[in-house]
Design a binder for this molecule. Structure first.
Ligand code: NDP
Ligand code: ZN
Length: 366
């Protein structure tokens, strides 16, 4: 057993506090990782606060994890002690179902779905709400912790050109935006709209730009307009009706990263004929969609779930090749509760990343 320290929420309304637990030592195909950095995704907040109705407590969030390999199981061939590696949102899938055999582990249709890095097998929010969280299942503890033990297939290689603190958010925010941009075939010259300029929006805009698209960011926060200009993107205030109307029919592809249920109809109007709006942010029921607006332009509204393992490695390599990465603010573990509050208020540019060295520091007042 490995003695591990982390930060956990013990209920939907409690702060995250220090939490000691044990992890199993690495099995033959597993890798032991000393976590050095972990990004703070808005999903961590949804999960810690039971906003998806399926949280198991204690809840140790964190799925944008970078660290160093400290031990490898006897059969491990992909990673070696000392390597800088990453772990994203998944740590296992069934390996036998149709999606898994096609390399789409993130859509595993095995009996337990894919195994999330925290909170155990994935149960969609809508299903969980209907079943009132009556699942009895095993928990998993994420990257807000000193150590992680993961099957080598679910461990990614961090390219040397990426600083570990910048690589961390790519493991969720990066792949969650890269995968739909790639799947829907975004290419040079396309007009791409990104809705919500937070952790995912920042990565989406940079990746789409690197694919050669012209990017427009839709934001509710006037102070973010200048940040968009710095990354060579246009920016539009969602409340600016005249500009919204002037953009009708402009976009080849749009991606919404707004974390709550929201009205997507104003964005459907901005799509070209045959274009798609992918909603990754609101993992919940959306207000009704005007099907007439869809039908008259053969448009689509779609969803997308993180990305598969190959796409996760691809986006890391893509970011290294194009020298892009998230804009981050580094925090010690002890500031996680303030950081959660700031993310909810939109007061972060654009991703907090925890420096795990801080875990070894004494708690204030202890
Ligand atoms: P952030 O909080 O960093 O960014 C979200 C942005 O949305 C905000 O910065 C803000 O941008 C805008 N926004 C609009 N309305 C609200 C609101 N009511 N509350 C907060 N923000 C609002 O979140 P992330 O980018 O980390 O994550 C976005 C969503 O994506 C989360 O819900 C997360 O759970 C989900 N997610 C989904 C995944 C998937 O696989 N489908 C994977 C990863 C995350 P602005 O100021 O520009 O308006
Ligand atoms: Zn995430």
């Amino acid at each position: 057993m490995i003695q591990t320290v982390g930060y956990a929420a013990s209920s939907s309304s409690s702060d995250l506090l220090p939490f000691a637990f044990e992890r199993n030592a690495a099995g033959p195909f597993e890798v032991e990782i000393a976590v050095t950095h972990c990004g703070v995704c808005h999903s961590d907040i949804h999960q810690a606060r039971n906003e998806w109705y399926n949280t198991l407590y204690p809840c140790v969030p964190g799925h944008e994890i970078v660290g160093r390999v400290t031990r490898t199981g006897s059969q491990v061939s992909r990673h070696a002690v000392g390597d800088t590696v990453g772990v994203g949102c998944m740590i296992e899938s069934c390996g036998h179902c149709q999606p898994c055999t096609h390399g789409e582990q993130n859509y595993c249709s095995g009996p337990n779905s894919w195994l999330a890095t925290y909170n155990g097998p994935v149960i969609p929010a809508v299903k969980a709400r209907d079943r009132q969280n009556t699942y009895g299942r095993e928990n998993t503890f994420g990257g807000y912790s000193s150590t992680l033990v993961v099957h080598e297939a679910f461990v990614l290689k961090i390219p040397a050109a990426l600083a570990p603190e910048l690589a961390a958010p790519i493991l969720c925010a990066g792949v969650t935006t890269y995968a739909p941009l790639k799947h829907w075939g975004v290419k040079a010259g396309d007009q791409v709209g990104i809705v919500g300029f937070g952790g995912l929006g920042d990565m989406a805009a940079k990746i789409a730009r690197a694919m050669g698209a012209e990017v427009t960011l839709f934001t509710s926060t006037p102070e973010k307009l200048r940040a968009a200009a710095r990354m060579e993107a246009h920016a539009v205030l969602e409340s600016d009706r005249a500009t919204m109307q002037s953009l009708a029919g402009r976009f080849d592809f749009m991606l919404s990263t707004i974390p709550q249920a929201h009205d997507v109809n104003p964005f459907i109007d901005l799509l070209k004929r045959d274009a798609t709006l992918v909603v990754v942010g609101a993992l919940d029921r959306l207000p009704p969609v005007n099907n007439q607006a869809l039908a008259f332009g053969r448009k689509s509204v779609a969803g997308s779930m993180i990305g598969n393992l190959a796409e996760t490695q691809e986006v890391l390599d893509f970011c290294a090749k194009h020298a892009i990465g998230p804009q981050i603010e580094i925090i010690p573990m002890q500031q996680i509760n303030e950081a959660f509050a700031k993310v909810v208020l939109g007061d972060v540019r654009f991703r907090f990343v925890i420096d795990m060295k801080s875990l070894a520091e004494p708690e204030p007042g202890r």
